[in-house]
Every structure is written in C-alpha cells, then in structure tokens.
Design a protein around this ligand. Structure first.
Ligand SMILES: [Zn+2]
Length: 56
C-alpha cells in the first residue's frame, strides 16, 4: 500500500520474509539493482533493501 509509504521514499516491505524474497528476485546483472541486504527501518517499522555493504 502506498499510503503507508516510508519517509525515506524507499519501497517498503511488510516483513522480513517479503524483503528477503524481493532481495532474492533482484537481478544482479543490472547495475541499478544491486541491493544486497535487507534491513528494518526505524521510521516506518517496515523493511527495505540496501546496496550498502558493511565493512569488516
Ligand atoms: Zn522505512
């Protein structure tokens, strides 16, 4: 639903499972879709995907 959109403007997933499924469906051959992680958003309490990598 778009009426519960996150203030960050990102697409919001209802739960972790939905986010992970979307993550698995990302076409990694496309440069613009390089999301590698799912994280829970503190603003909307939903889940988003991010391409940011954590440094070790
Ligand atoms: Zn959010």
């Amino acid at each position: 639903m778009k009426d519960s959109r996150c203030p960050t403007g990102k697409w919001r997933y209802r739960d972790r499972i939905a986010a992970l499924l979307a993550l698995a469906a990302v076409d990694t051959t496309k440069p613009k879709r390089r999301e590698t992680r799912a994280y829970r958003c503190p603003h909307c309490r939903g889940w988003h995907l991010t391409s940011q990598r954590r440094r070790r």
